[in-house]
Design a protein around this ligand. Structure first.
Ligand code: CA
Length: 507
């Protein structure tokens, strides 16, 4: 029988969160993207031996805010971390690692942190400063700067396993193994250069989206392969921190291809197509190392006999565009950035091979871990434990709608602030730019998306009279959610990053 045996204090499970940065579900084979971009056997193994959530949504689709939400189980407007421009995490808040630590867990975070202030609630922390880099990363280990040689994804996996090996085996553990990859600039490991044999990738239907039938926000963004892609993104220059020996192998792959590209003098759609293929080679190459890192940790658990009593989750801080709408990056309430991969394995508790279509969220991670450890979930956490869903139960009162918020503007990427409500079928969102003097936002307008009629989200139906009743209902639901979640009518000015305070706390 699964999940019917109460957990005794002595049997507290170990918990591992393997978390990556900007990993699109389209780039995980068990999620079944029609382009068949990549095989990820280790993440797929977790899904096969556990559960895959197909609609895990993020609260605010960028790095820092998502991480703050995971730690606190709260939206940005309550945990105070709104954007990557000038937010600083208030480490005095209640977080799940602190609660686990207090309950006797040994806790560690290794890899990407990205919350500016030092980690709290961890017995051990070994983090990348800021975004970190892909090669030979400087890191900070329990407060001390250290310099490493090697490829960052491999190092994070190795440091994670080293910590597991040296832990106090009399205590349960929490390990957060957090990758930088596959974040921009998408620099693969040397062993993965050319991994795709110069494949020409199938194009998404919206690669050349003209942004018609939607408002100014979609037209005004700055995240296209066409206009925003830099020489570093394109690997026309090598990644920061790479050493002479690594550079030789790097150049052996890129130089002849870059020369052919420069000789071809591409323009217009052909240039976008070249960038799309270069981007996918690099991005997916980074994913390969992440999947291998997952495999290393699963193997360690197998070798040590720890698999059965360890809840392992693989997820990412948000989704990502792999050419859809002509984009890379994230931020939007639209599906590719709103949805993030989420698979979980806990043999004996999570029946294997499940696929769950309910709306779940990274908000739910903290309550899930606390309940798994037999601890009380603080009443002010805004998520809900996923354990019932993981056990295969179907709670009648599970959420049918979800609140989303995004603030950081105008840099980077000029994605206009917006918030909205998401259901299985619809998205109702308000796009707006607040004004410094507190006058009416400008622009300020609403959009409605219908994923049944328009799965690629290429049209707003907000002004279609046929949707009048739906829009009325969604407005009421959005008001209800904003009230329940304590979303402020007027967020503080610092929420918007550079919009009002362009000089503050540049990292
Ligand atoms: Ca991210």
């Amino acid at each position: 029988m699964f999940g019917t045996v109460p957990l005794m204090a002595a049997e507290k499970p170990n918990i591992i969160l393997i978390f990556s940065d900007d990993h699109a579900y389209q780039a995980i084979s068990c999620y079944g993207d029609s382009r068949k971009l990549i095989e990820t056997p280790n993440i797929d193994r977790m899904a096969r031996e556990g559960i895959r959530f197909d609609r895990c949504l993020v609260t605010n689709s960028i790095c820092g805010p998502s991480r703050a939400t995971i730690l606190t189980g709260k939206y940005s407007h309550l945990n105070g971390f709104y954007n990557n421009t000038n937010s600083r995490f208030d480490g005095s808040q209640v977080t799940f690692p602190k609660l686990l630590q207090k309950a006797g867990y040994q806790t560690a975070i290794i890899g990407k942190w990205h919350l500016v202030t030092n980690p709290t609630g961890f017995d051990h922390w070994h983090i990348l400063p800021g975004q970190g880099r892909y090669y030979n990363p400087p890191m900070i280990k329990d407060g001390q700067p250290v310099q490493h040689e090697g490829y960052t994804t491999d190092l994070i996996a190795d440091f994670s396993i080293e910590w597991l090996k040296n832990r106090d085996k009399s205590k349960p553990f929490l390990l957060m193994s957090h990758h930088k990859a596959p974040h921009r600039e998408w620099s693969p490991a040397l062993r993965h250069l050319g991994w795709d044999n110069d494949r020409r990738y199938p194009e998404p239907a919206t690669l050349f989206d003209d942004y018609a039938n939607r408002g100014v926000a979609v037209r005004d963004q700055d995240m296209t392969l066409e206009k925003t892609f830099t020489p570093l993104d394109a690997k026309l220059v090598p990644p920061p921190g790479i050493n002479a020996e690594q550079l030789k192998a790097w150049n052996a792959y890129y130089e002849p291809r870059n020369k052919a590209f420069q000789d071809a003098q591409l323009a217009g759609k052909e240039l976008v197509r070249w960038r799309y293929n270069r981007y996918l080679h690099d991005y997916l190459g980074c994913v390969k190392a992440v999947d291998e890192a997952v495999g290393k940790i699963l193997k360690y658990l197998d070798d040590e006999g720890l698999s059965k009593n360890t809840l392992v989750i693989y997820s990412s801080d948000q989704g990502f565009y792999l050419g859809e709408h002509g984009w890379f990056d994230k931020r939007w309430i639209f599906e590719e950035s709103l949805r993030t991969p989420f698979v979980a394995r806990w043999p004996g508790v999570i029946p294997p091979g499940q696929v769950n279509a309910q709306i779940v969220s990274l908000l739910d991670i903290a309550p899930t871990f606390l309940e798994a450890a037999g601890l009380e979930v603080p009443a002010d956490m805004q998520g809900r434990s996923l354990l019932p869903l993981m056990r295969g139960q179907k709670p009648q009162d599970w959420r049918k709608s979800f609140y989303y918020e995004y603030y950081e503007y105008p840099t980077p990427h000029r994605v206009m602030p917006h918030y909205g409500v998401v259901t299985d079928r619809f998205k109702l969102a308000r796009f707006y730019v607040p004004q410094a003097d507190g006058s009416k936002p400008d622009p300020d307008y609403w959009e409605l998306y219908d994923r049944h009629k328009d799965p690629l989200e290429t049209k707003s139906f907000y002004n279609d009279p046929a949707y009048a009743d739906t829009i009325k209902e969604l407005h009421a639901e959005l008001d209800r959610l904003r009230h329940e979640l304590k979303a402020p009518a007027t967020p503080p000015k610092e929420a918007y990053g550079n919009l009002f305070m362009p000089k503050k706390n540049k990292k």
